[in-house]
Design a protein around this ligand. Structure first.
Ligand code: HEC
Ligand code: HEC
Length: 294
């Protein structure tokens, strides 16, 4: 072989070989990360059975869970991209393809509050880092309702990460989407303030819903989840909502549609809940808008 051919061969080995080795490394690491079984201690719940608590549970489920798990809770596909991931928000009922039969009350707590599925997998995108803020009473009401849902037969494709998703999970960038890694698993249940049209209760709604996921920790604007190039507006007084009244907020929540803001969930809130959210936003210190993501 000539010197030039040897040099070209060597360079090629580096240009092709190094990325291939890196890909292989992250592929293997991603596979191990995704297959890991997470053991988090979760307390069982005593489920209430009175009609008032069950109807509160039904309301919480509709507002918080219906957008992703479908309004009949039979589940739906959240991501369908063979290269990245196939991701169902699973069927939560006892019907065909449903998970309810595999979950005792501790299993529900582990999924909702700790971000771990019935099989021990780290749940992706399921907003458990916010649901950890539910009071024990609210979580029990929610689970009591979900555990007795009418069965829906809907078998969705299983979760599967494609080559892109798997290597990103191995290399790191995808890990922010797995709440189990960020949750303080020893945190006790917080108390919920009385449900009323108060700023205090609005703060509880915002913390459990996770307005901060998109609007930023201080609610002064942030990158939208799932579409980081789109900024979510600054919700602190005097900015995007500067000219809004409480009635405008309730009206927008009831009627507005949009691709990235979860308006359908807000539309299911009661007037009292929307007023509470508004009063909470109005009570925040005014903040300059957070810098948008690069
Ligand atoms: C933003 C979308 C989203 C919302 C809102 C959401 N979930 Fe999920 N949930 C998911 C996805 C996606 C998965 C599956 C994740 C995976 O397989 O990695 C999941 C998984 C679960 C599981 C685990 C099932 C299993 O396989 O063991 C339970 C239980 C669950 N969700 C309950 C709820 C409840 C209760 C609520 C409302 C309080 C809720 N979810 C709200 C997206 C969501
Ligand atoms: C998944 C991301 C996401 C979450 C979670 C979210 N928002 Fe938004 N929000 C957006 C985006 C994006 C917009 C801008 C597009 C639009 O108005 O539809 C927006 C717009 C708004 C607006 C209208 C602002 C204007 O200038 O018109 C209000 C009010 C609002 N959000 C309040 C909330 C509240 C309150 C919560 C929690 C209960 C919340 N958002 C949770 C993404 C989100």
């Amino acid at each position: 072989m000539s010197k030039v051919a040897k040099w070209v061969g060597g360079a090629l080995a580096v240009v092709v070989g190094v990325p291939l080795a890196l890909f292989g490394f992250f592929w293997v690491r991603g596979g191990a990360f995704l297959a890991a079984v997470h053991e988090v201690p979760a307390e069982p719940l005593v489920l209430p059975a009175d009609a008032t608590t069950l109807s509160r549970g039904a309301h919480l489920a509709a507002v918080y869970c219906g957008d992703c798990h479908a309004d009949d809770f039979g589940g739906k596909m959240m991501i369908e991209d063979a290269a990245f991931a196939m991701l169902p928000a699973p069927n939560l009922t006892r019907g065909l393809g449903g998970v309810a039969g595999q979950l005792d009350t501790a299993g529900w707590v582990r999924a909702v509050r700790h971000g771990v599925g019935a099989d021990g997998r780290a749940l992706f995108i399921m907003p458990s880092e916010y649901y950890v803020n539910f009071s024990r009473e609210d979580l029990a009401a929610l689970v009591a309702h979900l555990a007795q849902l009418p069965p829906v037969d809907r078998e969705l494709p299983a979760r599967r990460f494609g080559p892109v998703g798997r290597t990103l999970a191995g290399a790191g960038p995808l890990r922010g989407g797995f709440p189990v890694l960020r949750i303080d698993h020893t945190a006790p249940f917080p108390e919920a303030p009385p449900a009323a049209a108060t700023a205090e209760y609005g703060g509880y709604l915002a913390r459990t819903f996770g307005c901060a996921a998109c609007h930023g920790e201080n609610l002064a604007g942030g990158p939208t989840q799932g579409a980081p190039e789109i900024p979510s507006p600054n919700l602190t007084p005097g900015d995007a909502l500067g000219s809004w009244s409480e009635a405008d907020f309730v009206d927008q929540a009831r009627t507005r549609e949009g691709e990235h803001m979860p308006w359908p969930a807000l539309a299911k809130m009661t007037d009292e809940e929307l007023q509470a959210l508004w009063r909470f936003l109005a009570s925040l210190p005014a903040q300059p808008t957070n810098p948008s993501p690069a």
